[in-house]
Design a protein around this ligand. Structure first.
Ligand code: SAH
Length: 350
């Protein structure tokens, strides 16, 4: 119950303004009205009843139960705080991704019960989100080779297909059929900026084409070959090359890099290997098909205390292919597990 000023409707607007000016209006509560002719204005602070009564004759002070003002629709944190502990709210807000108009949540199993309500909060907060989905299992749990995981659609339209925009490039994405993550966009920008005019670039494990397209749009003078084994991903990549009008720069190839490369009869100035679980199995191939003075962007999950060993391992593989590593620069390019990161090794060879 709060103290309210009950005023005639015709005085309502001026009374509200007067209370606001004086700082006497309780703005956390909704203004009420009676069925007949009165408005109920919640008041707070040290109001002066005499002044109010003089200014608004016929008004009364009454104790009332007024509803609180509901939070703005956009306030995700506020909505989630009704359901969850603060640290759970922070964890959810930190870990979700958006791909096109799909929000992808990472909800821990202990919050199973609340999954739908959490999804509704996201949907309410972001009017542009049309689908709210939840990650089920880890990357590779539904197809190791294609790097797919399952998703459960929690609310919204029943689809996992969308159009995603990244640095001026549009991409058709189908989360169910082909790997895509928006998280590597900065890394793609970084790599694209390294590419020089006229470079012959190979993207192994090209997926739906984000690396190839980022490079082509940043450096239209490069020639890019993009190899991918998943037929659904290649279909999307072809479509994505077409809609971005980058066909002059990117050649997509369906197939296994180990089978395609020997047939191509080409060597490359730069080779990009974004398949961190298994890129080790293909590093020898990269050294084999690298030009003199080439660069390799090699991605791998590595424990932070194993970096020195990892560099040695890379050099040994190079030696087996009779190549010499000139320099290796290591950068973090994503988190993976405690003390283990997705690293990129920028390898320069002679
Ligand atoms: N570069 C993309 C995709 C990375 S996921 C991106 O960043 O979004 C790794 C991709 O490698 C998957 O699409 C998978 O289908 C593909 N792949 C796995 N083994 C392959 C192989 N031997 N040859 C070519 N592509 C392969």
């Amino acid at each position: 119950m709060v103290v309210c000023l009950k005023v005639k409707k015709e005085h309502g607007e001026s009374a509200k303004q007067f209370l606001q000016q004086k700082g006497w209006l309780d703005t956390s509560l909704l203004i009420g009205k009676t069925e007949l002719r009165y408005l109920i204005l919640p008041i707070s602070g040290k109001f002066d009843p005499k002044i109010l009564q003089k200014k608004f004759p016929g008004s009364k002070f009454e104790e009332k139960n007024l509803k609180g003002i509901p939070p703005r629709a956009g306030d995700l944190k506020h909505l989630l705080q009704h359901l969850l502990k603060d640290e759970e709210v922070n964890e959810l807000i930190k870990s979700y991704d958006t791909v096109g108009d799909i929000a992808i949540l990472d909800i821990p199993p202990k919050l199973d019960r609340l999954a739908k309500s959490i999804a509704w909060s996201f949907k309410r907060s972001f009017p542009n989100i049309k689908v709210v989905a939840r990650k089920m299992g880890r990357v590779g749990s539904s197809s190791e080779e294609y790097r797919l995981r399952k998703y459960e659609i929690l609310t919204g339209e029943k689809r996992l297909i969308t159009m995603h925009k990244e640095a001026g490039i549009q991409m058709h994405v189908d989360l169910e059929k082909a790997y895509f993550s928006p998280r590597s966009s900065h890394e793609r920008e970084r790599v694209a900026a390294l590419v020089q005019k006229g470079e012959n670039v190979l993207v192994m494990f090209a997926g739906i084409g984000p690396y190839a397209l980022a490079i082509a749009s940043e450096q239209p003078g490069a020639h890019i070959t993009a190899i991918e084994i998943n037929p659904e991903a290649v279909k999307l990549m072809e479509e994505n090359i077409r809609i971005n009008r980058l066909g002059f720069a990117v050649t997509p190839i369906l197939g296994d890099v180990t089978e395609v490369l020997p047939k191509l009869n080409q060597k490359f100035d730069r080779i990009i290997m974004p398949y961190p679980e298994r890129s080790w199995d293909f590093l020898n191939l990269a050294f084999k098909y690298a030009n003199k003075n080439a660069a390799i962007q090699f991605y791998a999950f590595v424990r932070e205390d194993r970096l020195a060993d990892t560099e040695l391992k890379i050099k040994k593989i190079a030696e087996k292919e009779n190549r010499k590593v000139r320099a290796i620069k290591v950068l973090k390019a994503g988190s993976y597990a405690p003390k283990t990161w997705r690293y990129v090794f920028d390898i320069k060879i002679r």
